[in-house]
Write a protein that binds this ligand. Sequence first.
Ligand SMILES: [Fe+2]
Ligand SMILES: [Fe+2]
Length: 132
Amino acid sequence: MAYIEWNEEHKTNVSIIDDEHDKIAKLANEIYNSLGDNDKCKLLFADLTEQVQTHFETEETLMKKFKDVHYISHKLEHDRMFKKVSELNDLIQSGEKTVGLDFIKSFRNWLFNHLELNDKKTGKFLTEHGVS
Ligand SMILES: [Fe+2]
Ligand SMILES: [Fe+2]
């Protein structure tokens, strides 16, 4: 069983968003399975940081395009998480820190909460505007 079980019930029904969520969950699971192997975690964490940035930009671009009124609050949540991830990534890449279970745990909680509170609403809004 994967640490982050990402399945049908986590769909937003916007294919690009769902594909990116799958990638992020997969990477986070790979990090979880590699905890203790610092060289591997370092590479995976760099990938995760990049993927998270790309994904936040995807959602923000779509929200802006269709003038989603929740854009500001949703983006604020992204900005908070991205600051956390990128600061940790800098420390990991410079060798000052290693990835620990505490991060993966809080990242998993954030992903599920963020999905329910933000991404599913955005998915509904976008599908109502013809995005699939
Ligand atoms: Fe998302
Ligand atoms: Fe989001």
